[in-house]
Design a binder for this molecule. Structure first.
Ligand SMILES: Cc1ncc(COP(=O)(O)O)c(C=O)c1O
Length: 395
């Protein structure tokens, strides 16, 4: 799917209706991404759990749930967002870390299934849920690559002993290969370590391949070879199920890959400066409103939505509306001549965009709109100054 929504004409109408800056998500693109993703794993039983951490927009959560996705929660707040959107607890899987007593109580009291991240957390779980069933997050990296996540495979015998003593069944293993990963080899190397470690679990029911499926943010970057990855994972799952004499469930927790490319942030040009062989395009948003490369990997392509001619050779930076020294939305872009009032779209902001926006710099957050079958639906209102101070209390 190559047509980008919103188009220039639609973007102008949306900004007229809802103001700028404005997050816009193309629902049809999310649908297509989910269908392509699900089709890439030819295995049964398989369960897809959308990682709500990357975008908790309720409309998109409901859309993905209606297509068959459950939700992956990383925090109790993630679980709350999923439950509030109407996703039932049995369709949520919690694979987080360092849950305190209140976190554990929240998750367990709602009957959400868990993958625990440490032997200590297994002890906490066993004390609360004797006779229960739980999964473990597994350290899938080699020791030369420090990684804080998961139980070391060498700790599994101890984990089994703790579980047995409490009548707890260890029914699953979970891995996470890291975010925005486009390397087939890395996913498969991690997956193979998890399959090997699973031999120690007599009660094994499922393997969770986690999330981290990357997208090509920059022109010329190769996408992840998803169909090959899915086929290779399915092949290994078939072998595992055969060796166990029962079907082992595959769980997958895609986040970014389902929604990143569906999202654009529409912004308006405020002023244009040219000096020292460089052009500075000042826009009406800031790095407080959208995550940028220096914060969380993504490089967001910037597109002019009202180009008057071909891109200029002049190196161009897109700057935010604060004087914070890092308030650059993008650097070294190739953009056409621009004037105040023109619109730009920051593309691929559907994941970790609004989700990572903050009140840093005190620019209220933009509104969010979903494009659905020719309609535009306001799903999040624009914040006001009052929202910036809403949690402060007077002594
Ligand atoms: C355990 C787990 N699963 C899935 C995800 C989603 O990752 P991504 O958006 O990179 O697919 C995360 C992200 O933090 C995670 O921690």
């Amino acid at each position: 799917m190559s047509v980008r929504e919103p188009s220039a004409e639609r973007a102008a109408l949306l900004v007229e209706r809802y103001g700028s800056p404005l997050y816009v998500y193309d629902a049809e693109r999310v649908r297509a991404a989910y269908r392509d993703f699900a089709a890439a794993f030819p295995y049964a039983p398989v369960d897809f759990h959308y990682a709500i951490v990357c975008n908790k927009n309720r409309h998109l959560v409901r859309l993905l749930h209606s297509l068959g996705a459950g939700i992956h929660a990383n925090t109790p707040g993630d679980a709350f967002a999923a439950l509030s959107a109407g996703v039932p607890a049995h369709r949520i899987v919690y694979s987080g870390t360092n849950l305190d007593a209140a976190d554990l109580d929240y998750i367990l009291s709602r009957g959400i299934r868990l993958n625990l991240d440490s032997v200590d957390q297994l002890r906490d779980f066993a004390a609360r849920s004797p006779g229960g069933a739980v999964g473990l997050r597994l350290l899938v990296d080699e020791p030369s690559r420090p990684n804080r996540i998961g139980v070391d495979p060498a700790e599994l015998p101890e984990a089994l002993a703790i579980a047995r003593a409490a009548g707890v069944r260890l029914i699953g293993l979970h891995m996470y290969a890291g975010t925005n990963n486009r390397s087939l080899e890395r996913f498969l190397a991690c997956f193979e370590r998890m399959v090997a470690a699973s031999a120690l679990l007599p009660d094994l029911e499922e393997l969770d391949v986690g999330g981290g499926f990357g997208v090509p943010y920059r022109d010329g970057q190769e996408p992840l070879e998803l169909p090959t990855l899915g086929r290779e994972v399915a092949r290994r799952m078939e072998a595992l199920s055969t060796s166990r004499g029962r079907r082992i469930r595959l769980v997958v927790e895609p986040g970014r890959i389902l929604v990143a490319e569906a999202g654009s942030l529409l912004v308006k040009v405020i002023s244009v400066k040219e000096r020292g062989g460089r052009r500075y395009i000042g826009v009406d948003t800031t790095v407080g409103n959208v995550v940028v490369e220096s914060v969380y990997y993504p490089h967001h392509r910037v597109e002019a939505l009202s180009p008057r001619s071909a891109p200029l050779e002049l190196p161009t930076d897109v700057c935010g509306n604060t004087t914070h020294s890092r308030d650059f939305l993008a650097r070294d872009c190739r953009l056409p001549p621009l004037a105040p009032g023109d619109l730009l779209a920051l593309r691929d902001v559907g994941a970790y965009g609004y989700a990572m926006s903050s009140h840093f710099l005190n620019r209220p957050r933009p509104a969010e709109v979903v494009l659905e079958q020719g309609q535009d639906i306001l799903t999040t209102r624009r914040e006001t100054f009052a929202d910036l101070l809403a949690t402060q209390v007077d002594a």
